[in-house]
Ligand binder design. Structure first.
Ligand code: NAD
Length: 438
């Protein structure tokens, strides 16, 4: 199969590289000339484990190439995937579909033969209908089948997720389009990944329902963590105790500083907008969004409280800045709210992250960025573990303590047992268990 991937970001680049690894011929297209130039020089513009080797192997095998020129890539493709961004629209939280529709117009003008146009971007219900309408308007003679194929990969484990998905969802009523999609994903369903065919609208909704459900699970355990702190219980044991129940499952039950990232915040908001537009409010998701927003800000107050309620002129070291480990993505990271709360209260913030500093820098004015966790903690009044990168899971706590002005560790990811923290001479503050010596 010949595939054109429109949008070469976290999803487009991983999907394109994986499809080429299956043996398809893939052209990744992006408007961003710097990105395409970098990729042509063999430089991967994002941090995603294993992606550099995957890209290199398939470029060398002449199955994967990069261009800013959409038309020729579309003209020769059997399937064109739209994998452009769908951020929150400024002001109202609707998904901003301008990139999707912009790409659609360019695709429509470039069609030369029967083509399957696949929306991989996360788009609200009914977007496929509009994509189809735009194509009919611009290219009334063209034969194009518009299919929804939402993507469920997670940054940080994107290649593994793409190659071993729990399921592949394909939304189409057209048997010819279904056949092309079966062919594209054949290597996966030979590996027994269920290929679930649904209507296009259903496929679009599945993606939002999945993200809203996962966001709900995280938010639920975060609230239970607050209750644990108040009543003298331990949330990690509660998570284990409920997660071992197969009906519940153990994933997404890790209490923390609130969900962030490039998907959950914007997708939950967009789902609420869709629900509102159709007069079917989703009260549970509404609460999840509110609770999570409040939680991210509350984490800043937790740090201030650990420092005795006053942080003016104090130095706080944030360890880990990205919204989760193994990505450089800073979109909607909880660290952004924590930095804001601390700076508002007059603290000096230092930040360390193994991969995210370049993306964090423009988003965190006034923060001093450091090359190691120990450098960030030098002379600090508190260290806050925000993102559980592997290098931050095995800190030498004694060494950390020796560099700090005050011995305070706020562990927002429950990485370190309080006893170990105290043995190293640090005072422990954290999530989901009662304060120590209370
Ligand atoms: P991204 O911002 O990393 O990449 C989007 C790319 O599209 C950018 O490089 C941009 O320059 C390019 N682009 C925009 N308009 C274009 C056009 N007309 N022609 C060519 N290129 C164009 O976004 P992302 O994180 O890869 O997300 C893409 C979509 O996938 C979103 O809808 C997102 O919700 C969804 N998604 C993301 C993830 C994730 O983990 N990031 C997971 C599942 C689904």
């Amino acid at each position: 199969m010949r595939i054109a991937m429109i949008g070469t970001g976290y999803v487009g680049l991983v999907s394109g590289a994986c499809f080429s690894d299956f043996g398809h011929h893939v052209t990744c297209v992006d408007k961003d000339t710097d990105k395409i130039d970098a990729l042509r020089r063999g430089v991967i513009p994002i941090f995603e484990p294993g992606l550099d080797q995957l890209v290199e192997r398939n470029v060398r095998g002449e199955r994967l190439s990069f261009t800013t020129d959409l038309a020729p890539a579309v003209a020769e493709a059997d399937a064109v995937f739209i994998a452009v961004g769908t951020p929150s629209r400024r002001g109202d939280g609707h998904a901003d579909l301008s990139y999707v529709f912009g790409a659609t117009r360019e695709i429509a003008a470039a069609l030369t033969k029967p083509t399957v146009v696949v929306t991989k971007s996360t788009v609200p219900v009914g977007t496929g209908d509009e994509v189809e309408r735009i194509i009919r308007e611009i290219a009334p003679e063209a034969t194009a089948w518009v299919v929804s194929n939402p993507e469920f990969l997670r940054e940080g484990a994107a290649i593994e997720d793409f190659k071993r998905p729990d399921r592949i969802v394909v939304g189409t009523d057209d048997e010819r389009a279904a056949e092309v999609m079966r062919e594209i994903y054949r290597p996966l369903y030979l590996n027994k990944a269920p290929l679930l065919f649904t209507s296009r609208r259903t496929a679009e909704l599945i993606k939002y329902a999945a993200n809203a459900f996962l966001a709900t699970k995280i938010t639920f355990i975060n609230e239970i963590a607050d209750l644990c702190e108040a009543v003298g219980a331990q949330v990690q044991d509660v998570s284990r105790g409920i997660g071992l129940d197969n009906r519940i499952g153990s994933k997404f039950l890790h209490a923390g500083p609130g969900y962030g990232g490039s998907c959950f915040p914007k997708d939950t908001l967009a789902l609420l907008k869709t629900a509102e537009d159709h007069q079917t409010p989703l009260r549970i998701v509404e609460s999840v969004v509110k609770v999570n927003d409040l939680r991210k800000r509350a984490m800043g107050r937790k740090v201030i409280h650990a420092l005795g309620g006053e942080v003016r002129g104090k130095i706080v070291a944030l360890l880990g800045l990205t919204f989760k480990p193994n990505t450089d993505d800073m979109r909607d990271a909880p660290s952004l709210s924590i930095v804001q709360a601390l700076q508002d209260a007059g603290a000096h913030v230092r930040g360390y992250d193994p991969e995210g500093i370049e993306q964090a820098r423009p988003l965190m004015p006034g923060v001093t960025f450091c090359d190691s966790p120990y450098e960030a903690a030098r002379g600090a009044d508190a260290a806050v573990l925000v993102t559980e990168w592997d290098v931050l899971r095995a800190l030498d706590l004694k060494r950390l303590r020796e560099t700090m002005a005050q011995p305070i560790l706020v562990d927002l990811r429950s990485v370190y047992p309080p006893e170990d923290v105290e043995q190293a001479g640090l005072r422990w503050h954290g999530i989901g268990r009662p304060p120590r010596n209370a």
